[in-house]
Design a protein around this ligand. Structure first.
Ligand code: ARG
Length: 589
């Protein structure tokens, strides 16, 4: 058991002895904000005292009287308004490093109660290239799925691709009248985008073309074999191109049901909502209004206009009988609930879809009130150019993901080559792929997901600062110690080897390793991988200070062996952390 889990469990026992009815789940231990005061801190007693109108310091001393953590901690201190500070005994710190070296844990614990998560992410639209917004969704969603899986949860990833909708009318007209097969073979999505654009322009200019597009769409919706076959081909071609992207990014999905999968269910969803009086007819369409149960400020079916609250209904069926994005998402939720009984469904999309998801979740809860599924919109901000406007190519077009990755690798190549002029070209290319893709991912995960960030090649490819080159370099440096020692990790860290950290920089590094569990839990709770980025950067900083101040290979044998274990463990945590972020490491750089 990790030390903080040991302390937590002893603390809960002590609290239960003093306050038998207290909610023990809220009694937690966190890292001390300032290591001056100790390693861990518990502030739950203050809330418990407040609820019961007790004197918090008095409650704290009663609890401490029942608290026995002497196996692992120095005597517990009551501080401030009544929080407890715990400081690990050196022996307990060393023992934790030793069990980690023996492979019993890597400073984190798996969930005691595995939950089921559906993660809906990436979800690009067919016949359109993946743009920069899908990059964030893909990278964030993949990192969250990887972490939740690592923590022992059951994770189902579903790529909810946009493979249905009115755009197919225009696409069909374009396909039938001016498809260039050679161009389609070379760049399917590029050619489909061209078909869409030219037909779209033709529709603007000529109502007859617009009418034709409408008729092609209706034919598709009614199952016309020719249109269905073309539509299918468009999906297959798009998927091939998406898959190329996903394999470059190392992202995989369990399912790609896509919007069209739910078509047969939509009429039933609308009928059911109508029967339950959740949806009502309004000007021939079916809409959902507020049920008045929420304060107006929190009610997604109201909006403020001229100082007044006005209805802001959600449309679930247009007056022509066609269902839409919301109807499909409702059917999708019902399907996910039935198929996987998830505890959580996470949607990773752009912040501009917030209203959609607020309304969707509210309608779903009214529709299936007995459902306990937790629905979360994990939204993110935009990627901006240096001019603070949405990031575009020089000619003002959306940046295609494929081009972005190519450029990242090319730029990484220049950087790597400059740093290592003697490395063979092939080796530089191999390193550049890992650095380039890693840099794009890391730059995306580093900022708080809800803030916009400015895309900067120079920043993300720099060797100093919180960047992928810096972290990969830190990892490679650790590996080089082992190459120099000609000691394989296995022989450097045999189980039970006497690890003893002594120097302050070394102890600080060890303590940082012990914080890994807290960071992973916080990322999983808030769906914010940026916490992990900060942690890894701090870890690399601790390692640098340790390495500067504490000789490893030149230390005398016992200390050398112990320090090699510390190096090895740091490397493992760095690698594990980067792996959660979907970033590969390099043995040499
Ligand atoms: N295809 C949508 C888009 O490109 C994202 C879909 C997100 N998932 C969902 N279940 N609505 O914006």
């Amino acid at each position: 058991m990790l030390p903080h889990k040991f302390i937590e469990s002893r603390l809960r026992t002590a609290v239960a002895a003093v306050l038998p009815e207290a909610n023990l789940a809220a009694v937690c231990v966190r890292p001390c904000p300032d290591s001056k005061f100790g390693d861990y801190q518990a502030n739950a007693l203050m809330a418990l005292a407040k609820e019961r109108k007790l004197n918090p310091r008095q409650l704290a001393s009663q609890v401490v009287a029942h608290l026995d953590v002497s196996e692992q901690c120095e005597p517990v201190e009551i501080a401030g308004a009544g929080f407890l500070n715990f400081r690990l005994l050196p022996a307990a710190l060393n023992a934790t490093l030793r069990t980690a070296a023996a492979g019993e844990h890597l400073f984190f614990e798996r969930a005691t109660q595995p939950l089921t998560y559906v993660v809906d992410f990436s979800s690009p639209n067919v016949a359109k290239s993946m743009h920069i917004g899908h990059i964030r969704s893909t990278i964030l969603g993949d990192a969250l799925a990887r972490l939740l899986r690592l923590l022992g949860h059951r994770v189902i990833t579903d790529n909810h691709i946009g493979d249905w909708g009115t755009q197919f009318g225009k696409l069909l007209v374009g396909w039938k009248s001016q498809l260039d097969r050679a161009a389609l073979a070379a760049d399917p999505i590029g050619e489909m985008e061209r078909l869409y654009k030219t037909t779209h322009a033709a529709c603007e200019a000529d109502p007859a073309t617009l009418d034709l597009a409408r008729r092609e769409l209706v034919k598709l919706q009614n199952g016309d074999p020719e249109n269905l076959a073309i539509w299918n081909e468009m999906i297959q071609l798009s998927k091939v191109q998406f898959d190329t992207m996903y394999s470059r990014l190392g992202v995989r999905f369990d399912h790609t049901y896509g919007e069209s999968f739910y078509n047969p269910l939509l009429k039933g969803v609308v009928a059911d909502l109508r029967e339950r009086d959740i949806a009502v007819e309004s000007e021939g369409a079916m809409v959902v209004f507020s049920d008045g149960k929420l304060p107006p400020k929190e009610d997604p079916f109201l909006k403020q206009e001229d100082g007044e609250w006005k209805p802001n209904p959600s449309l679930i069926q247009k007056s022509d009988g066609a269902s839409n994005y919301t109807t499909t998402d409702l059917a999708t939720l019902a399907f996910r609930r039935e198929t996987w009984q998830p505890h959580y469904v996470l949607y990773v999309t752009d912040g501009r879809q917030q209203l959609h998801f607020q309304q969707l979740f509210a309608i779903f809860h009214r529709w299936q009130p007995e459902s306990t599924m937790q629905l979360k919109h994990v939204w993110f901000g935009s990627i901006l150019g240096e001019d603070n406007k949405p990031y575009k190519t020089r000619s003002g077009e959306v940046v295609r993901l494929a081009d972005l990755l190519d450029e990242a690798i090319e730029r990484a190549f220049q950087v790597v080559r400059e740093k290592n002029p003697d490395l063979p070209e092939a080796e530089c290319r191999r390193i550049a792929r890992v650095v380039g893709i890693g840099a794009v991912k890391y730059a995306d995960l580093l900022p708080n997901r809800q803030s916009d960030y400015i895309f900067s090649w120079d920043k993300m490819l720099a060797f100093n600062g919180n960047t992928v080159p810096y972290l990969l370099y830190a990892y490679a440096r650790i590996r080089s110690i082992f190459r120099k020692a000609a000691a394989e990790p296995a022989t450097a860290a045999p189980a039970g080897y006497p690890v003893a950290v002594t120097a302050p920089e070394e102890t600080a590094l060890a303590r940082q390793l012990l914080k890994f569990d807290f960071v992973l839990a916080a990322v999983a709770d808030d769906y914010r991988p940026n916490y992990l980025c900060s942690y890894l950067y701090e870890l690399a900083g601790h390692f640098a200070r340790f390495f500067e101040n504490c000789p490893v290979l030149k230390a005398e044998p016992a200390e050398r062996a112990s320090r090699l274990v510390v190096c090895e463990l740091t490397g493992r945590v760095l690698r594990q952390g980067l792996e959660i972020l979907g970033i590969e490491v390099l043995e040499q750089m």
